[in-house]
Design a protein around this ligand. Sequence first.
Ligand code: PBG
Length: 330
Amino acid sequence: MAFPIIRNRRLRGSAALRNLVRETNVTIHDLIYPIFITHGTGIKDEISSMPGVYHYSLDLLEEELQEIVDLGIQSILVFGVPDHKDAHGSSAYDAHGIVQQATRRIKELHPQLVVIADTCLCQFTDHGHCGVVHFDEQKQRADVLNDESLELLVRTAVSQAEAGADIIAPSNMMDGFVYAIRQGLDEAGYDQIPIMSYSVKFASAFYGPFREAAHSAPQFGDRKTYQMDPANGREALREAQSDVLEGADFLMVKPALAYMDLIRQLRDQFDLPLVAYNVSAEYSMVKAAAMQGWIDERAIIMETMIGFKRAGADLIITYFAKDVARWLRE
Ligand code: PBG
């Protein structure tokens, strides 16, 4: 009788053997948990398309933060929902804006918690775009102006650093944003604040639930002139390359699940810490199926997290962070 030459099953025979040869692990330190903060008092509103994720007003933040800290999560990504919006997104760089207030409060309560501030204008502009919009009469179309937007993004980043943010995470996809923000932070004395760039960010339908959560959907048009075309992988490498040259401290791929190839390519080509953003619709889809009883939620989530790590991500921004933290403890 001829025996198989290679027996890969030999190393799968028991849980202990499988533990011994496991190549990838998810740890609590890999996780970044996004939170949404709003004005007002007594608000803890569930985001309807993201069950288990809430808007919190500042006064109710304490309880949420305590839970996060007790679970061992050490970093959070802060999104603010402002009470007023205008054409230039002025509440994004207001010293008393919602993100700035929240950041101060968080650092007061938990100085050791790493606060990552999302730096963008779309939640703060009345038109919902990530920069300054100019209507070109001749072309009869609205453009998002690049360099004019950079100025406002720099102001936003500096005001977030002033409020105590530990990391600045610009998600606006204007050209030159990393360099501009680096210069702005350095000039303001924040040369030690790292930039976590949303380097490779696609114009994606997977942000749908987030835009409901952050009230940040564009009021006209779409983001395709600044966010990337999902078809383009080589261009993703150019985006990452420019961020490296401009001084980014972290690179990111967003969304994550449909872009695992790019997580791997960025890992192979660049040495910076790499972040996968497991975005809102990736969360909602799993939640919806789990609520129907169609999938094993825990197994699906853990398999997904391992997948991000195996693809090459060092860090994972995920709305599942609290669940994952809980399961890692068991
Ligand atoms: C802001 C921003 C967005 C997300 C993170 N930062 C929305 C967008 O670009 O439209 C999406 C996050 C998610 O879907 O979970 N620009």
